[in-house]
Design a protein around this ligand. Structure first.
Ligand SMILES: *Cc1c(COP(=O)(O)O)cnc(C)c1O
Length: 429
């Protein structure tokens, strides 16, 4: 007879015995990467157009997209690349961009710097990205751009969204910052819209440290995005339109380039990505299988026509009604006591942030905003309040034992449901 099991929260032994952190990302550099960084130090610490590691990264990235885009332009962050994309797609005073109500803010925030306006539309509970019906309902006569974010790695419903864009003559921007390597019906994300941006920030599956890359097949988008962030050689050598190229000395006044060091890091991360992706998929498929018998969780659903690519955390939904109504915060507390790395996903609904909520654009005082947002009762609010954020396990088969301990911790909490309900109602809270 085993000793009586207790929740770790109430003094029992934790279900997970490995010390934190459990998500170790980005992985350390190998010798080849370190040697290339050291070599660059004594070759060129500045930037000559898109020569050297910058140009090589851009070429490799286009190959990574199966040649589905013609041009790639690097930036010093994903946010900078998004600013350039919005500028290139014609966002300015009086233009609305429709985007998802629940995502990372930088997918849409640069719109305000261009004096445009953001209209938030609800998400689809299956993809967790923009819902086509909500998008249709959110269109205004000022809408010019639709932004889709392939949230947490799951591609949006690109057939339906592309049809809406076509019918109304709108441009589509894909934010693929969670979705390196994700595919919709076999085709890589980043090749569906008029432009796409991949953040290469350190937490992302392909990482530069800080960096971002814009891809497009539209020469005008390429030229205008380039001129927003790259003056001198790069613009002289790559801007295609002669009239636009006249601005090569100055660009449009900003310098938002990537450094060659970041490009080296990103190129190595890109080369290592296919094997890491495969290992990550094995880990997370196993995790999903293990969580299948936890009644108070809805494991992440992946549509049959979709490849999840990078993933971005493992984010199941909590069903409190199946755990005696225990609040998510108490479940998280209990899971942390069991030794799990777990939390609520960090980004709130955008409509709750002052940049979106206040009626004036703070960059241009006196300029009123018109954006509207779905509120309570929306799928965005449900996911915001019920999702759990768990590690993107990547080290297969080593992580298998840890994943099994995570699943066991969830089952253990299920067995102690009544104790947790009492704890949640107790005076200590
Ligand atoms: C990370 C991220 C960004 C911003 O990228 P940075 O490189 O951090 O500027 C934009 N959109 C989404 C969805 C992201 O996850």
């Amino acid at each position: 007879m085993a000793t009586a099991e207790r929740l770790a929260l109430l003094g029992g032994a934790p279900a997970v015995d490995q010390p934190l952190p459990h998500e170790i990302w980005p992985p350390p550099a190998d010798e080849a990467e370190l040697a290339e960084i050291a070599g660059q130090r004594n070759t060129d610490i500045s930037i000559k157009g898109n020569s050297g590691p910058i140009g090589r990264l851009e070429t490799d990235f286009l190959a990574f997209l199966d040649g589905g885009a013609r041009y790639a332009v690097t930036f010093n962050s994903g946010t900078s690349a998004l600013l350039a994309a919005y500028f290139a797609l014609g966002v300015r005073d009086g233009v609305d961009v429709v985007g998802p109500a629940l995502t990372y803010h930088a997918a849409l925030s640069p719109v305000f710097a261009l004096r445009g306006d953001v209209v938030l539309a609800d998400i689809d509970p299956d993809t967790r990205g923009l819902d086509p019906k909500a998008l249709q309902a959110a269109l205004t006569e000022r809408t010019k751009v639709i932004t889709v974010v392939h949230q947490w790695g799951h591609p949006c419903d690109m057939d339906a969204i592309s049809r809406i864009a076509e019918r109304h003559g709108l441009r589509v921007l894909e934010d693929c910052s969670h979705a390196h390597g994700s595919r919709y019906k076999g085709k890589p994300v980043g090749t569906f819209g008029d432009a796409a941006v991949f953040s290469l920030q350190a937490n992302k599956a392909v990482y530069a440290g800080e960096g971002g890359i814009l891809v497009t097949s539209d020469p005008q988008v390429h030229d205008r995005a380039t001129l927003l962030g790259h003056y001198r050689d790069r613009s002289r050598d790559t801007v295609l339109d002669e009239d636009l190229r006249a601005h090569w000395v100055t660009g449009f006044g900003l310098k938002l380039r990537m450094s060659p060091f970041n490009a080296i890091v990103a190129r190595h991360a890109l080369a290592a990505f296919p094997a890491r992706k495969e290992a990550r998929h094995r880990c997370l498929r196993h995790f999903g299988d293990q969580l299948g018998d936890v009644p108070y969780l809805e494991p992440v659903q992946v549509a049959a026509h979709v490849d999840m690519g990078a993933w971005y955390g493992y984010k199941p939904l909590y069903r409190p009604e199946a755990l005696g109504g225990v609040p998510r915060s108490v479940l998280v507390e209990a899971l942390r006591a069991e030794g799990l790395e777990v939390g609520a996903p960090s980004g709130p609904r955008l409509s709750t942030l002052p940049l979106y909520a206040r009626p004036e654009n703070p960059l241009f005082p006196g300029v009123p905003k018109r954006g509207t947002a779905p509120e309570s009762g929306s799928h965005a609010a449900y996911v915001e309040q019920h999702a759990l954020s768990l590690p993107t396990f990547t080290d297969w088969p080593k992580d298998r034992a840890l994943i099994d301990q995570y699943a066991e911790a969830f089952r253990k909490i299920g067995r102690h449901r009544e104790a947790l309900v009492r704890y949640a109602a107790g005076p200590s809270r």
